[in-house]
Design a protein around this ligand. Structure first.
Ligand code: BGC
Length: 934
């Protein structure tokens, strides 16, 4: 038995974080035990545990997150160990640690900067000596826009783009580094500064200096010697600076490293400028109010790190005579290379996602120059940018000297330091590729904040995108700490808009726009986190934001006489749906006010649910009552008295069903299915409908139809992009047209994760692992085999431990299911076509092999569509034998008829077939065995 993965606030051994609360989680593995009998958490301020400063014990302690009521001191390390006893055995964990930063402690250090006239990317530095043996050394520091810190020439930590993307007007994050291992007798500390989001070109308005005009740093190095003495080295007048070789940098622009920038010019160390009085809220002496020390806060962001490396797959010489590196995968990060180029060589790297006519292309990056330029001085060196990142698969290399060698380059994949938790593999290679594409969508867009895309001149924290993807993201990865940072950002921006949630956060440019679905990130993300991670402290942290969002809408509604509808203001609606005015419209045709009102209702219910978890009885009632009134208003406004939904679009039905707004559920389901059929079972919905479509179908028991959508080939659908060679998820269903040309819409990213949210369905219903009433403490395991997938291996490393559900339809018709349930958890398991009753299974592994009541190898029935039959050679032979005209229709691929079922054909008397013959075909089809390739 082992106790592993002890985390505080979802982070392993956090160093210098801001702790909103202290919640400790752990996992128990390799145990014969099933149940937790006792847990003991011990906290000490010494590694040897000589003195306990906190202990908590009991049978009920929650491994997903137990709150520790500790009052923390600044700059202090706390050691944690956990002992668990099961009914069989007991074990104790290794010692884990969490450490505070400066907390509220006064900053003795001062902000330091280069001289005003120096527009360089400065390197601020100081030499110092340590003559005694160092016991502990901590550097608390930050720099704006972005910083990299070097001790004795070596970069500190794998952190890229610190201090990350914040509303710098309120907070600037302080990063803590442990230095005792690296200090020598003679030391040089250097801080390199770059523009970043703070000062570089960024935001929809394409402005520079969004948060400040000057690059600056502040640092305190606290050294404790073995003899007990202490020393602090501060940023102050003693520091000097010189100019680096970085000529320019920007998140959108890229970076220029010019090794000849100072050739022949003077670049001697100069004294730094020092900011005085920056503790007050007023402006400091350099007129830059953001360098206020009161804004400094211990880090909240996870580090953004180089997580993976990708080799160059191919060097392409394009028809237009250019040289392009193909990395084989679209991703976010940068290119690193080894250079040994003649002095003065200027190499320009341009980044793109797709080739057009086999040539380099990146017009879809809009105003993001996305260029990395290197001017060599003749020395051999490893080169990489410092203060930018790119979203790309292809790199155009211009100006390289001599032959290009693949092995000189490597792609560095960056994303926030989150842990992978979900794994899916199916018998369908294309679904596997789609799955991987959604994981890459996450990796490319979880760069400190959830962004829409990593390449063009946006890369903004669009709330709507984050909201629709949150559930899938939380299957793929442990998102606890990542989304905590985003919730912190949402809260900070919400205050400025008086309860409104801006469309993207941080709200660069202080935009006033607030809209539904996007703003509902305020309720949906906290609710998702609670369902996945069961941490009520996080819910409590987010709860005021949930209420403020609802109260904001309600206040606006009251201003015009309270109609209980959110039918005012702007709403992006069913963004990028295909049922809009034209195929390239931004908006679908589902009524915005209807969507907004349904989300108002949904958010209100989520808030009431959160109030219930938090024991806020009055507010449970308040928000429930409000929700009831909103629902009533929606039913009155958008439904006929007999229960028909008056808005006949896919998205309208999807959200009504998912959020349970109907008069007559059955009637709504029928309407929904009719709509889908009229749409030839082609997806037509956008950001509102598409992420929920398969989930909604699964929830009403229409699994086959859900799979039809997932597996649909051709435009529009998820497999269309896979077949077109996508390695990430596209922003639009038609981002690339069938002839390979990128659609000329001007808003076209090939790396948007929003539609990747279909994976929630794949985990929850195809794999069959989903949360139960108590989240993943008592999961639901209910796989849904379909012969088209053949098998699914699904694994989810939940906050309690690993769930596995692997199913397979064997050649002989037997179904094999393998299930694993983690320690002290249970699952409500329903095996497909097994017994009526579900089983309540406890921790352990289970293997089943049985002959299902229904033969999964015989997938055809009266309601099978012609489109599905058309894909099966044997099925088509049967149709041809009995009803050749129908076979002809099916084979023609005519979309209008593809969604028609055999049952419906019977009533289409105008078609040339004999009903008796069709019946014979049906009889044979229902017995047709479809096999899967082994
Ligand atoms: C972004 C989206 C975002 C949208 C707002 C786009 O430019 O890329 O993903 O949600 O604007 O509708």
């Amino acid at each position: 038995m082992k106790i592993i993965d002890v985390r505080v606030n979802g982070i392993k051994n956090p160093l210098g974080y801001h702790y909103e609360y202290i919640v400790c989680s752990w996992k128990v593995i390799e145990t014969k035990g099933i149940r937790q009998e006792n847990v003991r958490i011990e906290v000490s301020d010494t590694k040897a545990f000589t003195k306990l400063i906190y202990e908590k014990e009991g049978k009920e302690l929650n491994q997903a997150g137990e709150r520790l009521e500790l009052s923390l001191l600044p700059r202090t390390a706390y050691y944690v160990r956990i002992q668990v006893r099961t009914e069989q055995e007991e074990a104790v964990s290794d010692i884990y640690c969490f450490e505070t930063g400066k907390m509220e402690e006064q900053w003795e250090a001062k902000w330091i900067l280069a001289e005003k006239q120096d527009t360089c990317h400065p390197i601020l530095f100081r030499n110092f000596t340590t003559r005694k043996k160092v016991e502990r050394a901590r550097l608390y520091m930050t720099g704006v826009g972005l910083f990299e810190t070097y001790l004795n020439g070596k970069l500190l930590e794998n952190e890229y783009l610190a201090p990350y993307l914040n509303n710098y007007e309120e907070t600037i994050q302080v990063i803590t580094f442990a230095l005792e291992e690296n200090l020598k007798e003679e030391n040089t500390l250097e801080i390199l500064l770059g523009n970043g989001w703070y000062r570089g070109l960024f935001g929809l308005e394409l402005k520079k200096e969004n948060y400040g005009t000057d690059l600056a740093a502040i640092a305190e190095l606290h050294i404790e010697y073995e003899d007990g003495s202490k020393e602090v080295i501060l940023t102050d007048e003693q520091w000097q600076y010189y100019a680096s070789d970085i000529e320019d940098s920007g998140i959108y622009d890229g970076e220029i490293i010019n090794r000849l920038l100072w050739a022949g010019k003077e670049n001697k160390p100069k004294s730094v400028r020092v900011v005085e009085n920056s503790q007050e809220n007023s402006q400091d002496n350099i007129g830059n109010c953001n360098l206020n020390k009161a804004h400094l806060i211990d880090r909240i962001s996870l580090p953004v790190c180089v997580q993976e490396e990708l080799p160059v797959q191919e060097i392409i010489n394009t028809p237009s005579g250019e040289t392009v590196l193909d990395m084989g995968q679209n991703f976010a990060g940068y290119l690193e290379f080894e250079a040994c180029l003649p002095k003065g060589t200027k190499v320009v790297f341009d980044f793109g996602e797709i080739l057009q006519d086999n040539n380099f292309y990146n017009k879809n990056y809009r105003d993001a120059k996305s260029q990395f330029i290197y001017i060599a001085n003749g020395e051999r060196e490893i080169v990489r940018p410092h203060f930018t990142y790119f979203g790309f698969r292809y790199v155009r290399v211009s100006g390289w000297h001599g032959e290009i060698d693949k092995s000189d380059f490597v792609g560095k994949v960056i994303y926030s330091d989150i842990t992978r938790t979900g794994y899916i593999e199916t018998g369908d290679k294309r679904i596997n590729r789609l799955y991987e594409n959604t994981v890459w969508g996450l990796k490319s867009n979880f760069i400190d904040i959830p962004t829409d895309c990593p390449q063009r001149s946006e890369r903004l924290g669009w709330t709507g995108d984050a909201q629709v993807f949150a559930a899938t993201a939380s299957y793929h990865m442990d998102t606890r700490a990542f989304f905590h940072k985003y919730i912190n950002d949402l809260k900070s921006e919400q205050k400025i808009l008086d309860g409104g949630i801006p469309n993207f956060v941080p709200n660069i440019g202080h935009k006033q726009d607030v809209g539904s679905v996007w703003g509902d990130a305020a309720t949906i993300i906290p609710d998702t986190l609670f369902r996945y991670y069961g941490n009520s402290s996080e819910l409590e942290y987010a709860y005021p934001m949930m209420c403020d969002w609802i109260d904001y809408i309600t206040r606006k509604d009251c201003e015009r006489g309270q109609k209980y509808l959110f039918n005012f203001g702007f709403c992006f609606g069913d963004w990028l749906a295909l049922d809009g005015a034209t195929i390239d419209s931004f908006k679908g045709s589902t009524d915005d006010a209807y969507i907004a009102s349904v989300y108002y209702y949904h958010s209100c219910l989520l808030t009431s649910k959160a109030a219930e978890v938090l024991g806020k009885t009055e507010e449970v009632v308040k928000y429930k009552k409000l929700a009831d009134k909103i629902k009533k208003a929606i039913l009155q406004e958008y439904f006929t008295p007999s229960g028909r939904l008056a808005i006949d679009t896919q998205a309208a039905y999807v959200i009504a069903l998912r959020f349970e707004i109907y008069i007559d559920k059955q009637k709504l389901i029928e309407q929904f299915k009719t709509r889908l059929q009229k749409d030839c079972n082609r997806i037509k919905c956008g950001f509102v409908g598409a992420p929920l479509l398969c989930m909604a179908l699964a929830e009403i028991g229409e699994l086959e139809l859900a799979y039809d959508f997932l597996l649909k080939e051709g435009f529009p659908g998820w497999l269309y992009e896979v077949d077109m060679g996508a390695t990430t998820i596209w922003e639009r269903w038609n981002s690339v047209l069938e002839d390979g040309t990128i659609s000329p819409t001007g808003m076209n990213s090939l790396n948007h994760y929003a539609y990747g949210s279909v994976m929630e369905f794949v985990y929850a219903y195809a794999g069959g692992i989903r949360s139960g009433k108590n989240g993943f403490k008592d999961a639901v395991i209910e796989p849904n085999p379909d012969i088209r997938l053949g098998y699914v291996n699904a694994r989810y490393d939940s906050v309690y431990g690993t769930y596995i559900c692997n199913w397979k339809i064997e050649q002989d018709g037997y179904v094999q299911v393998y299930i694993e349930i983690p320690f002290d958890c249970q699952a409500n398991v329903r095996l497909p076509e097994y017994e009526e009753e579900s089983m309540q299974l406890v921790a352990g592994s289970y293997r089943f092999r049985y002959l299902p009541k229904k033969d999964f190898r015989k997938p055809y029935h009266l309601d099978t569509t012609l489109a599905r039959l058309a894909r099966d050679r044997k099925a088509m032979e049967i149709l041809r034998k009995y009803v050749p005209a129908i076979a002809g229709i099916a084979a023609s691929g005519a979309e209008e008829m593809g969604a028609t079922s055999l049952r419906q054909i019977f009533s289409m008397h105008y078609l040339p077939f004999e009903p008796e013959q069709l019946q014979l075909a049906v009889d044979e089809l229902v017995d047709l065995i479809v096999t899967i390739e082994e």
